[in-house]
Design a protein around this ligand. Structure first.
Ligand code: B12
Ligand code: SF4
Length: 446
């Protein structure tokens, strides 16, 4: 149904009733199982829940790459006749230097297909979008974009649209062709947001036990590692949910059939008192679930690790990134190799699976520092090690500044098409060396 504009009405009262009619919102999420590991679309379900709670009618359409995206989107639009179309831009690329996959072309095709049969405004959001808010509106030919948190901004945009008010007035909302400096949408009190509604996950009931259901307890990271894009996605101010409400959310999903959970927070263990409180809330709620999380190896103590084990944590991603103190300093990491070793030992002691991550080739990296990192990783009790060579350069990062100063990228490179930093003298040698080490270490993947 075509929505009416306020100017179409003379009588204020009639207007009010019509303005309050819900909008129909079709939200697209793209999965690419052949290129990147599948995950459930947490961001989309968050904004869908929020729009639904605000009275709007929402439908999520997950399109798999390889299917006929144009045909599927056309059918959904014809059947649902949305007043607004939302498109989640999570991934720009696979962040892999060798044989990089750029992942935005299929989204372009979806937008084009929507345009052919619908006049509904196209609204972008998601981690990938938040990094390139102006550029992606142009590149994907969309109308409106939300940088940062979407739960308050999307309903606000829908309200403005149905009342015919300019959405550019909303903080963090971008409009194609207009480029005032806009801040990020950042909800200070996450407890004001409702948690994702279990019925909205694009996952059949029979598949629920086997998936890792993503959940989030915190947003924002103040640590400013040299290569990291999180500040442009979540901001730098740490915001947290009440631990008891997180436990309730998990319990609610456990009742709905989900048994394994993935905490998407950037640093589960920070701040330590909050991490302890979360574990305690899980323990008190007697959750019969397993979960995994990402930890930052800084001063992880035995009390926390034992609580994590009791609370159901079965595996952690330990992003230590390097085994060279000099490189850790260049990356602006705050932890030491002793911190990493101590944390690894504790996770092992409490039976928590340990996945390590090395990010090789950044500024200052040499053959010596690479060998230091490989030996260090080899000395840890890891169950799995992921080795990444070359670092994806993101806008507004220290790495981008270094890469520009060194002439690795041009000063006007917008960095949407993936560019990587690899220190001089490592090309070829680095990959060969990793292959050599991995040949006798089946739990290493490079
Ligand atoms: C946790 C995480 C993972 C986990 C996911 C676990 C899981 N089961 O979900 C794992 C480790 C598996 C993973 C894998 C990958 N990841 Co990852 N991941 C993250 C991380 C840290 C958090 C994502 C998250 O869930 N956030 C919580 C949700 C609630 O936030 P959100 O999705 O951003 O949604 C909010 C807003 O963006 C917005 N929003 C979202 N969608 C929409 C849609 C509309 C219409 C609107 C209006 C708003 C909106 O509102 C939401 C609520 O506020 C981000 C970094 C970050 N800080 O965002 C990287 C990140 C998204 N990952 C990234 C990448 C590259 C990948 C991989 C491709 C890596 C690889 N080579 O395999 C894969 C892809 C997996 C996939 N299928 O998408 C990059 C993407 C950038 C890029 N270069 O493309 C990021 C940004 C990290 C980075 N380098 O900066 N990832
Ligand atoms: S700790 Fe993680 S999220 Fe925070 S700045 Fe460093 S890499 Fe980014």
């Amino acid at each position: 149904m075509q929505r009416l504009h306020p100017a179409d009405f003379a009588c204020q009262e009639t207007c009010f009733v019509l303005y309050m009619q819900p909008m129909k919102v079709l939200l697209f999420s793209l999965s690419m199982p052949e290129l990147i590991m599948p995950t459930l679309p947490l961001g989309v379900v968050c904004v869908a829940t929020a729009a639904q709670r605000d009275g709007h009618e929402v439908q999520i359409l997950e399109i798999a790459l390889g299917s006929d995206a144009g045909q599927e989107s056309a059918e959904a639009i014809t059947a649902f006749a949305p007043d607004a179309i939302g498109l989640s831009v999570r991934n720009i690329d696979d962040q892999t230097m060798r044989g990089t996959h750029f992942l935005l072309e299929p989204l372009k095709a979806i937008v084009a297909s929507c345009r052919r049969i619908s006049k509904a405004p196209i609204i972008l959001g998601g981690a990938g979008y938040s990094m390139y808010p102006e550029l992606l509106l142009e590149w994907l030919n969309a109308d409106i974009g939300i940088k940062g948190d979407g739960e308050a901004a999307l309903p606000a945009v829908l309200d403005h649209l149905r009342m015919g008010v300019d959405v550019a007035m909303i903080k963090g909302v971008y409009v194609k062709g207009r480029s005032p400096f806009k801040k990020i949408c950042s909800i200070l009190d996450l407890n004001k947001l409702s948690q994702p509604d279990p019925v909205l996950w694009p996952c059949p009931i029979e598949g629920r036990q086997g998936v890792w259901l993503p959940f989030q307890t915190r947003r924002g990271c103040p640590l400013a590692c040299s290569y990291c894009s999180t500040s442009s996605i979540e901001g730098t101010a740490l915001r947290k949910r009440d631990p008891k409400s997180v436990a309730k959310h998990i319990s609610h999903h456990a009742e709905a059939g989900f048994k394994r959970f993935y905490c998407t927070d950037n640093t589960f263990n920070l701040p330590a008192d909050y991490a302890r409180a979360l574990c305690q809330a899980f323990i008190d709620a007697e959750l019969a679930v397993s979960w995994t999380c990402i930890v930052y190896p800084y001063k992880i103590d035995e009390g926390l690790v034992s609580d994590m084990a009791l609370a159901g944590c079965i595996e952690v991603a330990l992003g230590f990134e390097s085994g060279s103190p000099a490189i850790l300093k260049n990356m602006r990491k705050r932890f030491s190799l002793d911190n990493v070793r101590q944390a690894a030992g504790l996770f092992k002691k409490y039976g928590i699976g340990l996945n390590g991550y090395l990010l090789l080739g950044g500024p200052g990296e040499t053959r010596e520092t690479v060998l230091e990192s490989l030996s260090f990783a080899d000395s840890l009790p890891l169950d799995f090690l992921k080795l990444t060579t070359g670092i994806r350069i993101y806008p507004d990062t220290e790495l981008a500044r270094i890469a520009t100063a060194e002439g690795v990228i041009a000063a006007d490179d917008d960095l949407l098409l993936p560019r990587f930093y690899l220190a001089e003298g490592l090309d070829g040698w680095l990959q060969d060396e990793i292959t050599r080490w991995a040949a006798t270490r089946p739990h290493w993947q490079g």
